[in-house]
Structures are given as structure tokens and as C-alpha cells.
Ligand binder design. Sequence first.
Ligand code: FDA
Length: 392
Amino acid sequence: MQRYDVVILGAGAAGMMCAIEAGRRGRKVLIIDHARAPGEKIRISGGGRCNFTNLHAAPGNFLSANPHFCKSALGRYTQYDFIDLVARSGIAYHEKTLGQLFCDGSSRQIIDMLTGLMRDAGVDLSLGVTFEGVTREDDGFTIRFATGPVRCSALVVATGGKSIPKMGATGLAYRIAEQFGLAVTQTRPALVPLTFDEKLRKRLKPLSGVSVDAAVRCNGAAFNEAMLFTHRGISGPSVLQISSYWREGDEITLSLLPDRDLFSVLRDARGQGGRQTPHTILSAHLPKRLAQIICEGVGAAGRIADMNDALLRRIADAAQDWQIKPTGSEGYRTAEVTLGGVDTAGLNSRTMEAKAVSSLFFIGEAVDVTGWLGGYNFQWAWSSGWAAGQFV
Ligand code: FDA
């Protein structure tokens, strides 16, 4: 039977980072994946350019039942550590917006960097491997792969969450956690487009493809980024962000053009003669189709000169205090991440080791730590993978 010090399940961002660190410490490491290539999510991330971290990454950008859990790993392996690694590997990058760092070239550069570092650290990478089960032994674990059993002293579960099953997401980490008696918090799709019921979909159908800056609020969270109307509902960065806070039955509030006071814009227009319709005035600031839907929604037809303050306020509120009730989300099919996961109460925040099962580690998206959109989730993968890599 093959023997390793460390076996890592999942050659994604977190697993590869952990493998590099453990290998550098002289541990004999095997990392496996059922996919044919490592780091598939890295490859498709950031539109092919991988938004690999965020300059502003801090614990406040992460959701978890225990918001303090992520502090240790994020504090010991920071965005600057990863940026340093990227820079030393000669990968050119740039800040796109809001601290989000992307490769100038291709996300493949990040995968090549990680696989190169694994090679340098003497890590064995095995792809296309089917995991069949794991058993606890006195001195570690026996892992059954379709290709045969492997013994190891430490097992790291880095198989991610459930998002995008087409790309190989399986939820295996949760099953292994449960097998060993660890709790798993409720999981749900996050960073995901939200959908409307048939009636609202019909009403907003003409807006499909329209993009606008919007502040989106729900359950105490607010994001001010671009928003996109789709044929099924709404998407775009601000909506993906708020989806992590939204629950079925909740309303969300849209404030289109949050940096303008539309009521004042309308009142000023009325003061300057007022021959125009509110639709024309709003169209100078918002996409035409959107302006039309807003005006129709409050029955504001005719010249603005004939409209009183109350109606102008209703028009402005329809655009800037728009309460909307999504009925669902696009689900794991398109969700960028899974909210929830292996309960952090059962893990050591310094090492990622299960408190009740020595030498069993969980890292990355599998754990109940979920970042905002914008490079935060990769930073958690790097930081948690690095943290476990120091101890396995
Ligand atoms: P990850 O999912 O990366 O890796 C898990 C690995 O385990 C996979 O290789 C999988 O094949 C393997 N695996 C699963 N089940 C298995 C099984 N049963 N047997 C064997 N292997 C198994 N984040 C960010 O910060 N910036 C960004 O730009 C983006 N962009 C982005 C775009 C899209 C389309 C998606 C879906 C996601 C993002 N993300 C992102 C999120 C980011 O990709 C995600 O948070 C990390 O990849 C999580 O890293 P992990 O290593 O934990 O899991």
C-alpha cells in the first residue's frame, strides 16, 4: 500500500496552497482530484483573468456563523503574501476596481505558478482519481481510491462546495465531515443571480440586458456596484453580493443612480419650464427602457410642469427606493460559491484541524467561511490552505 504523510483531496486553490506549504516542510504529500486538470475554477475565474485577491481583504468581508474564525488564517497569510508570490513568479497584474487584483494575461498563469511550486516542493499530483471512502486508523487514515488504497498520517479535505456541479463540485467535504461527526451548517448558493416570479418577469422583460449602477440593500447589508436585468431576474456585482444576505421571502431595495438625488433632478427640470416628460428627464440619467418602466409604474405620463411634488417624489422613489421581492436564485448551477459548510465550531482556527479528530483538516470553500465577490474567496482559499500547510 502507498504511504504518505499527507493526502489532500481536491486540487483547487486551497488544496494546492496547502500542498506547497506541506511539501516545503519536507512532508511527503499526495494531492488528488477527480477532474482531469487542477484548479479548474481558477481557470474560469474572473472572466479568465482570475481575480486572485483583494487589496482590502479583511475579516469583515467574510460571512460565517462565527465571524471571528477567519481572522487567524487571514492575518497570518495575507493578500500581500499572495501578491508577493504572484509578483515573484513574474505574473503581471492590475487592480480593476475596488481593490480587485486580476492577472494582466490569463488565469492559467496562477495555475501554472501553483503546479510549478508543488513540483518544486516534491508534491505528487494525481488527477482523474475516484475517491471511494476513508477509514480512521490508529496512526492516521486509509483512503480508498478506485486505483487502490493509500495510507496517510494527515488528511486534508479541500474539495470545495456545491457550486457549479458541471465543473465537478460534489459536496464531498460535507459527507466526510458528517462521517467523522463534525457539524455542517446549512448550505445555500451564494454570489448568485436572483430570479423573479412570472408576473414581475413579464413586467421587467423589456429591461433584459440593461445594466445600471445601483446600491442594493437587504438585511443590513448594502453594495453599490453595477446591476444587470436578466430575462429571469437580476444579476451583476451588486446583486451577486446581496444574494449572500438575501433569504427566501425577503425584499431587497434597489437604489438606481445612488449618487444622484433624482427628486431634485426632477424638481429642477420642472422649475426650468417643464415642457418635458419625466420619462425624457430620467432618460438623461438612466437607460431609456428603465426610465419608461419607472414612469409607467407610477402612472406618470404627460408634462412634468403639471406634476406636483408628491408625484415627483413617487417617481424618484420608484427608482431610488425600489422594493423588489425575488422568489429564488439561479441555484448552484451558476452560484460562484456555497454559503455555509463545515461548522467552524468544530475546527481549530489556527490549524484548520478538526478539534475532535486529530490529523483531519478542512480548508477553503468547504468551510463555513464565505467571502464577498471580488477576490475574497480565493484569499480565503490561500490563507486557510497556507494555515493547514504549516501543521499537517
Ligand atoms: P475548489 O472548488 O476550487 O476546488 C475543489 C477541488 O476539489 C476541485 O478541483 C474539484 O474538482 C475537487 N473535487 C470536488 N469533489 C471531489 C471529489 N468527490 N473527488 C475528488 N475531487 C473532488 N473567487 C475569487 O476570489 N475570485 C474570482 O475571480 C472568482 N471567480 C469565480 C468564478 C466562477 C465562475 C466561480 C464558480 C467561482 C469563482 N470564485 C472566485 C470562487 C472561487 O473559485 C472559489 O471560492 C475557490 O475556487 C474555492 O477554492 P477551493 O480550493 O476551496 O475549492
